[in-house]
Design a binder for this molecule. Structure first.
Ligand code: ATP
Ligand code: MG
Length: 239
């Protein structure tokens, strides 16, 4: 890669009990990129995201982020340094209102003025949120809940956004909308996006590069041309 990476992770190993799920992952991502991670169920995609945000401690490896090794830092500290995370299944608070959910993301920010500007941007990206502020989040559709979860993460003004299967349980028209939004987001802001996805249309509409994961390792890296080749892409999704 020619552009200096925002995040460079090396030889990541992490897991839950005996044995490691992540078997030595290397990944780098630069500002302005949307990079996808693909692979069958259970290969370790979410485990990778959790170890990048810091919910799951690394057993070994290094994460360089703007010249600093995050490997031993907490998830809170990583979030304050600009890593946003939207977990698989979204994890919004269904009994709280839309506005209350959004406020959770803003708590990460200390800079009040910047927080106001970011808030305006987020409502600009997802105008329905400003009309639904008082509504309970659990009453939104799956797609709207996903957008809420993304908006919540954006409220922390991230430099790196980690998205774990945003298309899951979302109707196709909204998946397309989320894809269009992500392309616009990286065009307008200094941000990098790492997205775990299995939805072919979404991967093809956003990703500039993709890593294929199997059993805790990357087994292939696809460039834009390979991603656009639907046969190649579906083959890699079912490895
Ligand atoms: N909290 C946990 N405790 C123990 N094992 C776990 C835990 N979470 C995941 N695993 C195991 O770790 C492995 C990798 O799971 P992970 O969730 O990272 O896969 P994934 O690629 O995200 O799958 P999916 O596509 O279904 O989301 C699986 O064998 C899974 O059963
Ligand atoms: Mg997962």
């Amino acid at each position: 890669m020619t552009v200096a990476a925002l995040l460079t992770a090396k030889a990541l190993r992490a897991g839950y009990g005996a044995g490691d799920v992540l078997q030595g992952i290397d990944i780098e991502i630069a500002t302005g990129e949307i990079v996808a991670v693909l692979g069958r169920n259970g290969v370790g995609k979410s485990t990778l995201m959790k170890s990048l945000i810091g919910i799951l401690p690394l057993r070994s490896g290094a994460i360089d982020y703007g010249g600093r090794n995050l490997a031993k830092e907490s998830a809170d500290s990583r979030a304050r340094q600009g890593i946003g995370y939207v977990p698989q299944g979204r994890e919004i608070f269904p009994h709280m209102t839309v506005e209350e959910n959004l406020r959770m993301g803003r708590l990460i920010r200390r800079d009040r003025d910047k927080a106001e500007a970011v808030r305006a941007d987020v409502y600009g990206y997802f105008p329905f949120l400003s009309e639904r502020g008082a509504q309970r989040a659990g009453t939104l559709s799956g797609g709207q809940q996903e957008m809420l979860a993304i908006a919540r993460a954006l409220n922390g003004d991230p430099a790196l956004l980690l998205l774990d299967e945003p298309s899951d349980g979302v109707q196709p028209s909204i998946v397309q909308e989320i894809g269009d939004f992500l392309v616009k987001l990286v065009a307008e802001r200094a941000i990098a996006v790492l997205i775990v996805e299995q939805n072919i249309d979404l991967i093809q509409s956003v990703a500039g590069r993709a890593f294929v994961m199997d059993k805790g390792r990357f087994v292939a890296e696809l460039d834009r041309a390979k991603i656009q080749d639907t046969q190649t892409l579906s083959h890699h999704l079912s490895i």
